[in-house]
Design a protein around this ligand. Structure first.
Ligand code: NAD
Length: 716
């Protein structure tokens, strides 16, 4: 047989199977053709096993990627449980062939070894790893609502113990080669240049290189494995793991619970019965809407790494150095981002006290990484010292990108840009981190508006992945492309949005918070309201979120939304009443809830009764509460699409998931709307419009059109 996807060759009596052969891609995955060829190659090995062939090596032709796992598009095509179960069984049979070879087998791992790739390596006697920092191991299936179905849940606990395996499988966490060696996953670490060469030492006679040598040994091993683990301690481990999963996922995610079921039930079984359970579990998960939604998000996120917007004819600037104007909460965070990516930023403010605060902010982010041992002390110092705090414009002519993060005031921002234009190069990109002001208006004062755009980060910058790139009619496509590519380079998820009140994320979030305030006014209890949001899957309830954002900010943004969008965005009086009572939320330790000195939320604040006299007087079932707060978000998203703020439903979903933590298992706001049925949603909006408020609930024309045409948001 001639191999196209992998190389097969026998050298000095050792069979070598190389992945990523002939590939032009920088990744290699296990697609259908590769799996077929792998089967053929293993048949060849079996033919020569013990005779001409004395050992088997797996390696990759692609630098820094051993195998990135099974092809997710192949998984996506599995439509029935039977099909998916049988797909897993086929993979298991293939890997059992490796496991059952009587000759020693070694996986030489340089780079990513993920999912099905790690499961393959686990079927070998030894995994040896390169010392490259890019060598990483993980079984990330749980993140796609799946379980490792090619024998990973069976082999990993045997190799690294049950608690270690549960941690890796339930979190999908990536570990580096050093950690893998510590856990016993990797036998040895070598410089990557020698990896395949040194593997030959595992084939020397009597080197104790084979984990077992006959089928009888396999049976013995199974029996030993079943008996070795104390039943009671195992039960306790699973019980603790289950509690941990429920605490972390609040029971919303099926995959981790199914993984625990399979691993616990399988623990007392031999290989074939165990693997049957694993394949069945994979089959069940594979066809769930939740897994389909998580895979949808995975692809949305992957696609967002490539710029597919308008292209200009000019060159696209590659950002190497940046500057931040305004060293406050956001400025300090953005300076950290530049510094963390080796782009030695300038940080400018009006006085030294402000600069100190900004530096403290960035240093706090770095110390977090230091504490988690994600960074060495030397690296921490080098990066923190790479930020140049200053009051003047020295060095601004050497930067490629300036991000303005001064106070939210149009006049001040225009003054800042007016001055900036005199100190930067002609090709330097200028951006504003405004959260609510019109970038079209800001661009009006500029000599070169084509190199200016909004660049809206979310707070805190180190944790929130989303960045909105806000365009206006004078911006050059090269500017948008350069900003997009910079965001991706520094690890952010950018979306390109048009200018308008609240841009994308805040425009959709505001109706949610505003409706929550109206429900409070009607007498719904704040804790019931928050619980309903949590039970929908939101990371926090609406009242907690209002406290987190700050009631003063909400009042300000609410006004802007009302001015820009008209009566449907009329702000409920509750936030103004809270503001007037001095309850600004977490920042003043008092809002709807009370907060301790560290900002940890406690009980409900009894002072809110002052402006919520009928608190708790209205009984509303949870679904009604959820519909009242989530449907206006969908309605506003429909208007955003027809206003051309963004052109695709997937951008709305990406923005809401990465900017607000909208529950990923629902696939995004509009994916959720599509699956609930737009006719039902429109019907409920119409009912609320007649019962509650015409302006706030009147269905958007686009929504009505989609219903009339029997289409979904994702058909647009
Ligand atoms: P902040 O009040 O914490 O910091 C603003 C800083 O700008 C202060 O240090 C101030 O001294 C400085 N400053 C004012 N005028 C200046 C000038 N002419 N030159 C240099 N520095 C000047 O504000 P923040 O919360 O960091 O917000 C900054 C911007 O980011 C605003 O536009 C805001 O809307 C936006 N934003 C804020 C958040 C948030 O959650 N805080 C989130 C997203 C966007």
């Amino acid at each position: 047989m001639s191999f196209q996807k992998l190389s097969y060759e026998v050298k000095d009596n050792i069979a070598h199977i190389g992945f990523g052969y002939n590939s032009e891609s920088s990744m290699t995955v296990l697609d259908e053709d590769t799996l077929l060829e792998l089967n053929e190659a293993l048949e060849e090995v079996k033919k020569g096993e013990g005779a001409g062939i004395k050992g088997l090596i797996f390696f990759s032709h692609i630098p820094r990627v051993f195998l990135a796992g099974a092809d997710i598009k192949m998984i996506q095509k599995l439509n029935t449980e039977v099909e998916a179960t049988s797909g897993a069984e086929k993979g298991q049979e293939l890997y059992n062939k490796i496991d059952d070879l009587s000759i020693p087998t070694v996986a030489c791992v340089d780079g990513f070894c993920l999912g099905g790739g790690l499961e393959l390596a686990l079927s070998c006697d030894h995994i040896i790893a390169s010392d490259d920092s890019g060598t990483k191991f993980a079984v990330p299936e749980v993140k796609l609502g799946l379980l490792p179905g090619f024998g990973g849940t069976y082999r990993l606990p045997k190799k690294i113990s049950l608690p270690g395996a549960l941690d890796m499988i339930l979190t999908g966490r990536m570990i580096d080669a050093k950690k893998a060696k510590k856990l016993g996953l990797v036998t040895e670490i070598f410089p990557k240049e020698n990896l395949v060469k040194v593997a030959s030492r595992y084939f020397k006679k009597g080197a104790g290189t084979k984990k077992r040598s006959s089928p009888m040994d396999a049976l013995k091993e199974n029996l030993e494995h079943m008996a070795s683990e104390n039943f009671l301690s195992r039960k306790l481990i699973f019980q603790k793991a289950r509690e941990g999963v429920l605490k972390k996922t609040k029971g919303f995610y099926h995959a981790p619970l199914k993984i625990l079921d399979v691993m616990e039930q399988g623990a007392s079984k031999g290989r074939s019965s165990y693997l049957a359970l694993e394949a069945q579990g994979f089959g069940e998960l594979c066809v769930t809407e939740q897994s389909k939604n998580l895979i949808h998000i995975f692809f949305m996120h992957e696609n967002s790494k490539k710029y597919d917007g308008a292209k200009g004819e000019g060159s696209v600037l590659k950002v190497k150095r940046g500057a931040v104007v305004g060293a406050g909460t956001m400025g300090g965070g953005i300076a950290w981002l530049f510094a963390n990516n080796g782009q030695s930023p300038i940080l400018k403010d009006l006085n030294n006290d402000a600069l100190e605060l900004g530096l403290k902010q960035s240093s706090a982010n770095f110390s977090g990484a230091l504490k988690r041992r994600k960074m060495s002390k030397a690296e921490y110092e080098r990066k923190q010292l790479s930020i140049s705090p200053q009051l003047g414009f020295d060095g601004f002519n050497s930067v490629d990108l300036v991000i303005e993060a001064v106070v939210e005031d149009m006049k001040i921002k225009k003054l800042v840009f007016g001055e900036l234009e005199n100190h930067v190069r002609d090709d330097c990109l200028l951006t504003s981190n405004t959260s609510s002001l019109s970038v079209t208006e800001m661009a009006k004062g500029l000599k070169k508006p084509e190199r200016f755009a909004g660049l809206h980060f979310f707070n805190p910058v180190n944790r929130m992945p989303l960045v909105e790139i806000i365009t206006h009619d004078k911006v050059a496509p090269e500017t948008v492309e350069a900003l997009y590519k910079w965001c991706v380079k520094v690890g952010k998820t950018p979306i390109v949005v048009g200018d308008g009140p609240g841009f994308l994320v805040n425009r959709i979030l505001m109706p949610f918070l505003n409706e929550a305030a109206y429900l409070l006014e009607e007498g719904v209890h704040p804790e019931e309201l928050d619980q309903a949001c949590l039970n929908f899957g939101m990371p926090m309830g609406a009242c907690r979120l209002m406290d987190e954002i700050g009631i003063d900010v909400l009042v300000k943004v609410g006004k802007i939304m009302e001015e820009g969008l008209g009566p449907r965005a009329r702000a409920c009086g509750i936030s103004k009443a809270a503001f007037d009572s001095g309850l600004l939320g977490k920042k003043t330790s008092k809002g709807f809830y009370l907060y301790d000195a560290k900002g940890k939320p406690g009980d409900l604040n009894s002072e809110i009764e002052k402006f919520l006299p009928n608190m708790g007087s209205k009984n509303m079932d949870e679904t009604s509460i959820q519909m009242r707060v989530f449907l206006p978000m969908i309605n506003e998203a429909a208007r955003i699409l027809s206003d051309g703020i963004v052109s695709k439903a997937s951008v709305v979903d990406l923005g809401l998931i990465f900017g607000t933590g909208f529950p990923p298992f629902r696939g995004g706001l509009l994916k959720y709307a599509d699956s609930e049925g737009l006719d039902r949603i429109t019907g409920a909006l119409e009912r609320f419009a007649s019962e509650v408020n015409e302006d706030r609930y009147s269905p958007a024309p686009l929504l009505k059109n989609l219903v009339a045409e029997k289409k979904k948001f994702y058909d647009i």
